[in-house]
Design a protein around this ligand. Structure first.
Ligand code: DCP
Ligand code: MG
Length: 587
């Protein structure tokens, strides 16, 4: 929690200070009430006093109450404002931080957990701030102030109040002991619940098709029941507090009256002075009753805050974890002006996934010069995606070097590196918006490139048929487009940028053969100066590449053109033979 304080801005501190003024006003007014009450008691008990005085004292009491009410409304208002502003900033900071994460950090936290951390956890912190601002200052001030006022009266009363406070403290400690660890667990279970719900929604089609609703429900049920059980436990224990608190309070009032009765009885009766003394003790008792109740009320307020604090503290800790995680991939210092344009080189690159057991890539070396097409082929899981992910530094190499334009990718300012590269992932990603906003993603300066990009990527043929053409709506994750259409649009997105290096990760596999061919022809024509790294499954897609790298279980088992590899590389021959006839290969 303390570490999050630095995100509170000056404006909120000022509002907080302002709220202190109202808190003091409220405490002052609340504690003024008993004085008037004792006045009234005296007036009523003293013969010959004026009814007007009683009315006046009563009127003042009413005013004090109204003033106290107004102050507490103000404090509540200010607290909400501070807490809401703070949590808005917190969410923004988390969002920004998560954007800087690489896949490694995101996987380490898990997407579900990152979502709960930036929503539910922030809410917990927000709630604590609202409560704390109303109570943390007010309660101790009230308690101390009230105790000071009690101190002047008979000591027996102070003792009774002291005992009540001690009993409540012990009670509180016992409850905390039983609930603290559970609060932590509840936040984690929230992650699990979120995870189950997300997974189910993302895979809803598979779930339907496999009649797996019951299976999924059971998984969700487990997460849900775990959460229920822990919440119930915590609530049961905390609810126990309430009757015990009432009991303590009632015992305290009883003791105060009892002590009062004994004190009054102990005054020898008969004289007028004795009557006066008794009235005095009686008035004290009435006042004391109110003060004691204020002390207990202050105490109860503290208890409530302490009750919600553990959960919020756990939440704050989790938020802080995110904010303090430094992404492994960090900015270098070089800008993009290196003299060369569009050259990619791998020098003895080996790569193991963070936390993974074995090397996924071993000793890969090749160079792609400006304008060349270098293709990667290999069976499923041979490391093609892993290889091309190293160029835009989605991960960093374990050994060796990846150079872009002659400079190690680690040396670039990340933004400069990204400027050089256009990347089309294996599974196309669409964002809610329009076709246009998806293709010109993140930039509006290149409108004139839109048509061209749509043209080269063969998207025009289906975009033209849409009612609003490029302004047609795209649903979240592009569910209103076909797989092949999405793939073409993501190719268009890559082409709309003026990058030097194009990376296609198996982007052509969802296209029919005809479109695949036409698209490649258009690409070759229009992107002459760009270097292309193409991952593919089909020999046909890459046959004409300048260089083909054959991967087998992470090892580079062949490098060369189609013709060379057919002669020299057995793995390549096998792949080729499985797709084309002997005659086609002979060409
Ligand atoms: N792998 C891993 N952790 C990840 C991603 C992959 O441990 N986050 C492993 C699984 C594979 C190996 O790395 O054994 C290579 O995975 P790739 O995704 O690089 O494989 P390909 O892209 O070659 O396979 P495909 O053709 O199926 O896309
Ligand atoms: Mg892949």
């Amino acid at each position: 929690m303390l570490k999050l304080i630095k995100y509170i801005k000056l404006r909120e501190w000022l509002l907080f200070l302002l709220s202190l003024v109202f808190i003091f006003a409220q405490v002052f007014l609340d504690l003024k009430l008993p004085d008037y009450m004792s006045n009234i008691t005296r007036l009523v008990k003293t013969a010959g006093s004026d009814a007007g005085d009683v009315w006046r004292a009563g009127g003042m009491m009413l005013l004090c109450s109204l003033g106290s009410l107004a102050s507490s409304v103000m404090v509540c208002f200010l607290a909400s404002k501070v807490a809401a502003g703070f949590s808005r900033r917190l969410r923004a900071v988390i969002f920004e931080k998560v954007e800087s994460f690489t896949l490694e950090e995101i996987n380490a936290f898990s997407t579900a957990s990152l979502i709960t951390r930036s929503t539910n956890d922030v809410n917990q912190v927000q709630m604590l701030i609202i409560m704390a601002m109303q109570v943390v200052v007010k309660a101790p001030v009230m308690a101390v102030w009230a105790i000071m006022k009690i101190a002047g009266k008979a000591w027996q009363w102070s003792l009774a109040t002291g005992i009540a406070v001690a009993v409540l403290t012990v009670l509180l400690l016992v409850v905390l002991k039983f609930t603290f660890s559970r609060f932590k667990k509840i936040q984690w279970l929230q992650d699990a619940l979120n995870h189950a719900a997300r997974e189910n929604l993302n895979g809803i089609r598979v779930v339907r098709a496999h009649n797996a609703e019951d299976y999924q429900e059971k998984k969700f049920e487990k997460a849900n029941t775990d959460l229920l059980e822990n919440s119930l436990y915590v609530n049961r224990v905390t609810t126990l507090m309430s009757p015990f608190m009432s009991l303590t309070m009632n015992c305290l009032s009883m003791s105060i009256y009892w002590i009062g009765a004994v004190l009054i009885n102990s005054v020898a009766s008969g004289t007028a002075a004795a009557v006066e003394l008794r009235v005095g003790i009686f008035a004290d008792m009435i006042v004391l009753m109110s003060y004691a109740m204020q002390v207990i009320a202050a105490f109860i307020m503290i208890i409530i805050v302490i009750m919600i604090a553990p959960r919020a503290l756990v939440a704050a800790g989790r938020i802080n974890e995110v904010l303090e995680t430094e992404p492994k991939v960090t900015d270098g210092t070089r800008d993009g002006n290196t003299g060369l344009r569009g050259e990619v080189e791998f020098r003895n690159v080996s790569f193991t996934y963070p936390g993974g057991s074995g090397a996924v890539l071993e000793n890969i070396s090749f160079t792609a010069h400006r304008g060349e097409t270098v293709a990667f082929i290999g069976s499923t899981g041979s490391g093609k995606t892993s290889l091309v992910n190293l160029v835009p530094r989605f991960y960093d190499v374990t050994e060796g070097e990846v150079l872009v334009d002659g400079v190690n990718v680690k040396e670039y300012v990340l933004e400069e590196l990204y400027k050089k590269i256009s990347y089309v992932p294996q599974t196309s990603v669409m964002f809610s918006g329009t076709v246009k906003s998806n293709v010109l993603f993140g930039s509006h300066a290149r409108e004139e490139r839109l048509e061209k990009a749509l043209g080269i990527s063969m998207s025009e043929e289906f975009v033209d048929e849409l009612e609003d053409r490029e302004n047609s709506e795209m649903a979240q994750r592009g569910t209103n487009f076909s797989g092949g259409q999405k793939q073409r649009l993501s190719i268009a997105r890559a082409l709309s940028r003026e990058a030097e290096i194009l990376i296609f990760d198996d982007t052509f596999s969802a296209l029919d053969f005809k479109t695949d061919r036409e698209l490649r022809d258009a690409l070759n024509r229009e992107t002459e100066g760009m270097t292309k790294l193409i991952v593919a499954q089909r020999i046909g897609t890459i046959m004409s590449a300048d260089r083909i790298i054959v991967l087998d279980e992470g090892r580079q088992v062949g490098t060369g053109t189609h013709g060379e590899l057919l002669k020299s590389c057995e793995v390549y021959r096998q792949i080729a033979l499985s797709q084309l006839s002997e005659e086609e290969l002979a060409l």
